[in-house]
Design a protein around this ligand. Structure first.
Ligand code: UTP
Length: 476
């Protein structure tokens, strides 16, 4: 649809696809609200939406389970074999060289709604660390600052938002003076939005004058990088590799020389970090080979008989769980966009507050009333010419905050952070008080300026005060 279409043309276009109810309250709107609704409607790709409503909302097909599924091979965490250790040594050197030559960008996808956490604001502003309550964004900024000073390099940082959280995100960074990163090194851009659709295929309004929009999934990042000019900006700066991560993990290695080095050494287009699953039903996507192509199969889509299979040594055969950390070549993102690409849309039934078309009043539904459609970044893996997988350590790098309570909550994330830090401190001779069940009886936060790796702690052991039961310890 033309961006310049007038109201009558827009109404015709909507009528042709049975969505004219979106103008049900138009006559009641103020002139500025009318033009805002027209602008929103003109910005949507209605042919795509009509197709998605037909295929994803009204006629969802059960997922065809591919026949030829094999576990994905992966590079083990901390292997013992001398050849692999030598390979990792070389890979780390290559990754460090990429950093020293300013060829790596950090990229966080922060456009999600974070509805499970229920935090009033962009998720990156959530207080995450166990002692100082640093917001997630600050954790990433401090990590990047420490890496920059260690490798004497610049690591430009790209932050994807959605139109719903863009301004609060930009304002937050500005208020905090970019947490010490040079402003010129940070670039914000927004992903596209899509409207939610009722279970019977009607696009929903959030208010009488606006669509019920939500971001189009983290898969939208691969298009948004290109459309926003962020990719061109990276290329102008000489960047060749993108280190992709999610906004919810305060202990993520935002850029990891070893992972980036393996990815570069193996000429991979898009690589993934995984964790061995602790149970067949653990809610991590399964990294597999499907007809030889790297593919993530959602945990709920892998047939149970495969999910339960074990190898001779008792491990799960399909154990590579995706944790949504990727290394992506800029050339790959460019190639996808040059050729044109379409990631599949996944459907999610959600409770979406919306306008009742009969009364014009807002409804706050108690059960799912709508379908949201999203693309996922890992669906680009099969489009890569080559792709490697690297195993990381759960405690060392994975403390996601997704829920307000329970699994993957702020509480579990803080516990994992303290556990990780106690594991870093103990080999350096620091005594960690323990509870009867063996968990640390203290809270420990280590700033990236103090240590990026356990080895760094050893050199600074003298700076660590004695830790007593119940202490809150902050090392910077
Ligand atoms: P989640 O799957 O945790 O989704 O996103 P969410 O929207 O943040 O949270 P819920 O499901 O509403 O509770 C994983 C990562 O992908 C980003 C999120 O910001 C997070 O870093 N994401 C997700 C986007 O950037 N855009 C999206 O459209 C969806």
């Amino acid at each position: 649809m033309s961006r310049h279409a007038n109201h009558t043309e827009l109404l015709q276009e909507l009528t042709a696809i049975g969505q004219e109810h979106l103008y049900a309250f138009y006559d009641r709107l103020a002139p500025n609200e009318k033009s805002e609704l027209d602008r929103q409607i003109a910005s949507m790709d209605w042919p795509l939406l009509a197709e998605l409503i037909r295929t994803v909302v009204l006629n969802p097909q059960p997922l065809a389970v591919p026949e030829n599924i094999e576990p994905a091979p992966y590079f083990q965490y901390a292997p013992h074999e001398p050849e692999l250790r030598e390979k990792y040594r070389q890979a780390r050197a290559i990754g460090e060289q990429l950093l020293r030559k300013n060829q790596v960008a950090a990229f966080v996808v922060a456009g999600g709604q974070g509805s499970r956490l229920g935090w009033d604001g962009p998720k990156g502003t959530f207080p995450a660390t166990p002692v100082k309550n640093k917001p997630l964004f600050q954790c990433f900024a401090e990590y990047l600052l420490a890496m920059q000073s260690r490798f004497n390099c610049a690591i430009p940082f790209y932050i994807m938002t959605s139109t719903a959280n863009h301004q609060p995100t930009v304002d937050f960074w500005a208020q905090h003076h970019y947490f010490g990163l040079p402003e010129s090194q940070i670039r914000f851009f927004s992903q596209d939005m899509l409207p939610a659709v009722s279970l019977d295929g009607k696009v929903l309004l959030e208010t009488p004058g606006s669509l019920a929009l939500s971001p189009n999934g983290h898969g939208g990042s691969l298009l948004a990088l290109y459309k926003s000019g962020a990719l061109a900006d990276m290329q102008k700066r000489g960047i060749t590799q993108i280190s992709y991560f999610q906004v919810d993990n305060p202990i993520v290695r935002c850029v990891d020389p070893l992972f980036l080095g393996l990815h570069e050494m193996e000429h991979s287009d898009m690589s993934s970090k995984i964790l061995p699953k602790v149970a067949s039903n653990e809610k991590l996507g399964n990294v597999c080979l499907v007809n030889g192509k790297m593919t993530v199969i959602e945990y709920s889509d892998l047939p149970e008989v495969l999910a339960e299979q074990r190898t001779a040594d008792g491990q799960l055969r399909f154990r590579a769980g995706s944790i949504a950390l990727h290394a992506i070549r800029c050339d790959f993102v460019q190639r996808l966009n040059d050729r044109g690409f379409a990631l599949p849309y996944h459907r999610a039934e959600k409770k979406v507050p919306c306008v009742d078309f009969a009364t014009g009043r807002t409804i706050k539904p108690e059960k799912p009333n709508a379908i949201k459609m999203e693309t996922f970044v890992f669906d680009a893996l099969p489009l890569a010419s080559s792709s490697i997988v690297y195993e990381t350590d759960r405690i060392d790098e994975f403390a996601p905050i997704k829920n307000a309570q329970g699994v993957d909550s702020i509480e579990s994330s803080r516990q994992i952070t303290t556990l990780r830090n106690s594991r870093w401190l103990e080999p350096a001779g620091i005594n960690i008080p323990r509870q009867a069940d063996g968990t640390p009886d203290c809270t420990i936060e280590i700033a990236a300026s103090f240590a990026l790796y356990p080895e760094d702690v050893k050199a600074k052991a003298a700076q660590v005060p004695p830790i007593n039961p119940g202490d809150q310890v902050y090392l910077q």
